[in-house]
Design a protein around this ligand. Structure first.
Ligand code: DGL
Length: 272
């Protein structure tokens, strides 16, 4: 039984460390909120897996987060948002939000030429969910999508500034550059960590969109409407869990978040 109140934590999860880019924005916009983060580092990447598998993994993680009495869940993973948001929203007793709608909305607001690029994992791009949302918001926009399956492992390996990364950026993004997009949605929570190489290659005229900003904004609004904003004035707490490789996770989290991450506990997620 999940016993939550407005002072309970927000549960956030991703297939690995990418979702920390969403935590970073949550900390900026909601500094008073407690956060429990789970990174499925043992089973990353999700982007090449089937819907059934991603839904199963997401359900297990949600069950784990409910043991922490979280008051809401943020799916800080585009792949899991694309494939499992409907299931989790239907099944869980607390509000669940994903990152895809926020990213789509931002693209619609920002584009001037009406040519929008979307990059993401194979599963996210194959789901067509970004194009679908964008078209439901504006019929005039042309969406060009590209799956970039090697970006996630490059990030997980910490190769944020590397010749191999620059080569992969060129290989994946040359098509989008040729289409003359004026905005590019980083449709995988790992990709904002490749902001510099992507920006360098796409050039100053192309605006990069990080759906995490809008997600944190949407989260704040949702908590406010549900009367779930934390009222306790004690300093916020942050707990980190991973399914494998706690040390590597901590090093990574330390480089992404504006604070020192002291500890990450390994969880046997298959048992949930
Ligand atoms: N960070 C995830 C996303 O936003 C997935 C990366 C992966 O596990 O393939 O899609």
């Amino acid at each position: 039984m999940n016993e939550f109140n407005s002072n309970s934590a927000i549960g956030v999860f991703d297939s690995g460390v990418g979702g920390l880019t969403v935590v970073r924005e949550i900390l900026r916009r909601l500094p008073n909120e407690n956060v429990v983060y789970f990174g499925d580092t043992a089973r990353v990447p999700y982007g090449s897996k089937s819907k059934n598998t991603v839904v199963k993994y997401s359900r297990q993680i949600a069950r784990f987060l409910l043991t922490k009495n979280v008051k809401a869940i943020v799916i800080a993973c585009n792949t899991a948002s694309a494939l499992a948001l409907d299931e989790l929203s239907r099944e869980l007793p607390i509000p669940v939000i994903g990152v895809v709608k926020a990213g789509a909305q931002m693209a619609v607001n920002i584009t001037e030429t009406k040519n929008v690029g979307i990059i993401g994992t194979e599963a996210t791009i194959k789901s067509g969910i970004y194009s679908e949302y964008i078209r439901s918001l504006s019929k005039e926009i042309t969406v060009v999508s590209k799956a970039c399956p090697l970006f996630c492992p490059l990030v997980e390996e910490g190769l944020l500034e590397d010749r191999i990364t620059d080569d992969m950026v060129e290989r994946y993004l040359s098509e989008l550059k040729a289409y003359d997009v004026d905005s590019l949605v980083l449709g995988c929570t790992h990709y904002p960590l490749l902001w510099n190489p992507i920006k360098r290659y796409m050039g100053p005229a192309v605006k990069l969109i990080n759906p995490a900003y809008e997600t944190a904004k949407e989260l704040k609004q949702m908590l406010k409407e549900a009367d779930l904003l934390r009222t306790d004035n004690a300093p916020a707490t942050y707990e980190f869990y991973a399914s494998d490789g706690a040390d590597k996770f901590i090093t990574f989290a330390d480089s992404v978040l504006p604070m020192h991450v002291k500890n990450a506990e390994v969880v046997d997620i298959e048992s949930y």
